[in-house]
Design a protein around this ligand. Structure first.
Ligand SMILES: [Zn+2]
Length: 269
């Protein structure tokens, strides 16, 4: 028996999509995706850099609409392609008007696409860039809880702006450390997956004042659109799930996560 998919809910309060990869979306033309995103009251979208090949692409995308923003940084999967010129590029554009953070950077010991020693070195170098530019950071950490804590503690004094550990799937130890240090945790469609009770436990533990909403599209499409390519306009499903898991009124989740996003990425308003 097939169930009819629910329409995407549209809320009165605006949302901010804090993490997606617009240049990876394939299912429909970008203009259509962007129009649909605005159509569900998403006020701003941050598209995330991952590789030397897409640093410039993200900068171009961030110029396309007043409400589109980007980041500059190299994902741990691509750590082995991090070079001095690449770091120069991140440094020279990390402070651009429409660039709101350094990221996504970090450690991924699940896929191990790059040597772990290289991943740690490249993570440290980019955290230093963020500290030098006084930018917040978008962190990717997968099955690397201990090393993430160790490296972030080295930067406790110098990284004033903190940022987000996005697509949080790590354990309570890293969550506790990050929350105590003033980081936000980013949650996405994973919170709607049956098997993700461990992630919902972290949602319950995190104060609503430190949660950011994201889709990480085109990956991790939320229920009830599993099987389709993910897109920023599915973000309302993530907001609803956070409200349900934390047993908070939806309005409260929307207003807090909106303000958390502003505080993290748009301190000037
Ligand atoms: Zn991502």
């Amino acid at each position: 028996m097939s169930r009819k998919k629910r329409d995407i809910p549209v809320f009165d309060q605006p949302l901010i999509e804090t993490h997606c990869h617009l240049d990876y979306l394939k299912e429909r033309p970008l203009e259509e995706t962007l129009a649909a995103t605005r159509g569900v009251n998403i006020e701003r979208v941050i598209t995330i850099a991952v590789s030397p090949a897409n640093l410039a692409t993200v900068r171009e995308l961030s110029q396309q609409k007043p409400w589109l923003y980007g980041t500059q940084g190299i994902h741990p999967h691509d750590a082995e392609s991090y070079t001095d010129p690449c770091e120069d590029e991140i440094r020279s554009h990390g402070g651009d008007d429409k660039i709101v953070a350094i990221g996504e950077i970090g450690l991924d010991y699940f896929y191990d696409n790059a040597d772990r020693t290289v991943q740690r070195e490249v993570f440290r170098r980019q955290l230093q860039v963020a500290a030098d530019l006084d930018r917040p950071v978008v962190i990717h950490s997968r099955e690397a809880d201990e090393d993430t804590i160790e490296i972030l503690s080295e930067f406790e004094g110098s990284l004033k702006r903190r940022g987000v550990i996005h697509s949080f799937t790590s354990g309570p130890g890293l969550a506790r450390y990050a929350l105590d240090q003033g980081w936000c945790l980013g949650f996405n469609g994973i919170t709607t997956f049956n098997k993700a009770e461990n992630v919902r436990d972290i949602v319950r533990m995190a104060p609503i004042g430190q949660i950011l909403l994201e889709t990480d599209s085109p990956f991790l499409t939320p229920v009830p659109y599993r099987g389709r390519e993910n897109a920023p306009f599915y973000l309302p499903f993530v907001a609803e799930k956070i409200a349900e898991v934390k047993a908070l009124p939806l309005e409260s989740v929307l207003s807090h996560t909106y303000r958390n996003s502003l505080r993290t990425f748009f301190p000037a308003g």
